[in-house]
Design a protein around this ligand. Structure first.
Ligand code: AMP
Length: 397
């Protein structure tokens, strides 16, 4: 089946056309500056690349049209006509408590998606716009599926998702832990079971999605039972520029001291904190590594805080699940940064983690990086959210 995967943002739209049988990416690219002017990028194996060319994109509909035009282009396209696209799979950030799995989109689903907007006011409207643009351009008969960042975590038990606030804030206002990166955690835990040659139902896994945004999930018997992000993606680990967890009392103290309103405070927590804020150097772990090597103490502190944070979650989630069979590293840092992986895993020997430094000297490909006699396996698994979205879409269609 050929599935077009769409990840629509407010002014951008990422796309991939995948063949779910061969799992090959037929073409992929990006529409940028939607609503401003419009830049279009397209890449397909063996075809000429289109790199950020100007195409007018007043709305997401023109962006989808540009994608379709490129896919069927006689010279550089990969399909003869739009009819070859069997379905469209959309990444949708927030499904609230309504969606515990991916869903085929109809008018009822669209209404429920609208109801989820208050939970993700920055992201969900753009995702909905992407769906409407596909319907407008491709017609109502092409099946569309929504795949949610939050859905995989809907299996968490109340003890893991409830905040210790007055209970009516959960009942009336839906304030609870939702968790994010669910598509990634689901994909890598399924791959881990394949790599270990064991049924996923029998495994206790800790999935560490460490990128610019980072989250950890405890996955027992194929179900997410806890995760580090919360009501929003601001919670949990220190990230590239996000603070992660902190004492809520700090907000009032800093807002009073510096005359900031809540918007300014949240901008600092989301955009100016994390390893960027601590180091003052960069949010990129490559820059931090170089700076630390040259003796920058704050860069070293930021890196140390990150690996310490991940290590604490691994300990906590092993306790939550009553053990762990494998720890998975994925996303930009997890897939590429051997030093971080080593720093995180060192000191976990007491719980049966023994790394193989040579095997850990690897980047961006599936590998077992623990020693042969390590009781807990440590795996590097590149994430592939687009493939997971395409597979979910194909299964539903
Ligand atoms: P992601 O959000 O998954 O795309 O991850 C992006 C982040 O991965 C970047 O900000 C970097 O911090 C990190 N990253 C990418 N490549 C490397 C690398 N070779 N070594 C260390 N960190 C890397």
């Amino acid at each position: 089946m050929k599935v077009l995967v769409i990840n629509a943002g407010s002014s951008s739209l990422k796309y991939q056309l995948l063949d779910t049988d061969s799992q090959a990416v037929l073409a992929k690219g990006l529409c940028e500056r939607i609503g401003i002017d419009g830049k279009f990028t397209y890449k397909a194996p063996g075809k000429a690349t289109v790199d950020a060319v100007d195409i007018a994109m007043p709305t997401h509909s023109e962006a989808i049209q540009a994608v379709l035009d490129a896919l069927v282009d006689p010279a550089n396209g990969v399909i003869a006509s739009m009819k070859e696209i069997d379905a469209v799979g959309h990444r949708v950030v927030h499904g609230g408590e309504t969606f515990a799995s991916s869903v085929k989109i109809d008018s009822k689903v669209m209404a429920a998606l609208e109801e989820c907007i208050p939970l993700a006011p920055l992201h969900n409207p753009a995702n909905i716009t992407g769906i409407k643009a596909c319907t407008a351009v491709m017609g109502p008969d092409v099946p569309q599926v929504a795949v949610f960042d939050t859905a995989f975590h809907q299996t968490m038990p109340p003890v893991a998702y409830t905040y210790a606030l007055p209970y009516e804030y959960y009942e009336q206002d839906k304030v609870r832990r939702y968790g994010f990166h669910g598509t990634s955690h689901k994909y890598v835990t399924q791959r881990a079971a394949d790599m270990l040659g064991k049924p996923i139902e029998s495994l206790k896994l800790i999935s560490c999605h460490l990128g610019n945004g980072s989250s950890i999930a405890a996955v027992a018997g194929a179900k997410s039972v806890d995760t580090s992000m919360g009501f929003t993606p601001l919670a949990g680990l220190p990230m590239g520029t996000r603070s992660g967890d902190l004492d809520a009392g700090i907000l009032e103290y800093l807002m009073n001291k510096h005359g900031m309103d809540i918007k300014e405070m949240l901008n600092i927590l989301n955009k100016k904190s994390g390893v960027q804020g601590v180091s003052g150097v960069s949010s990129d772990f490559r820059d931090l590594g170089s700076a630390a090597e040259q003796g920058n103490g704050r860069a070293a502190l930021a890196l140390g805080m990150f690996s310490y944070g991940v290590k604490k979650y691994i300990g906590a989630y092993a306790a939550a699940m009553g053990g762990v069979d494998a720890i998975i590293f994925t996303a930009g840092v997890g897939e590429n940064d051997a030093d971080q992986r080593m720093a995180i895993a060192s000191g976990l020997e007491y719980m049966g983690v023994k790394m193989d430094p040579d095997a850990n000297n690897v980047r961006g490909k599936e590998a077992i990086i623990s020693a042969i006699d390590s009781k807990v396996k440590v795996l590097l698994i590149p994430t592939n959210e687009e493939l997971m979205i395409a597979l979910d879409t194909a299964a539903l269609v």
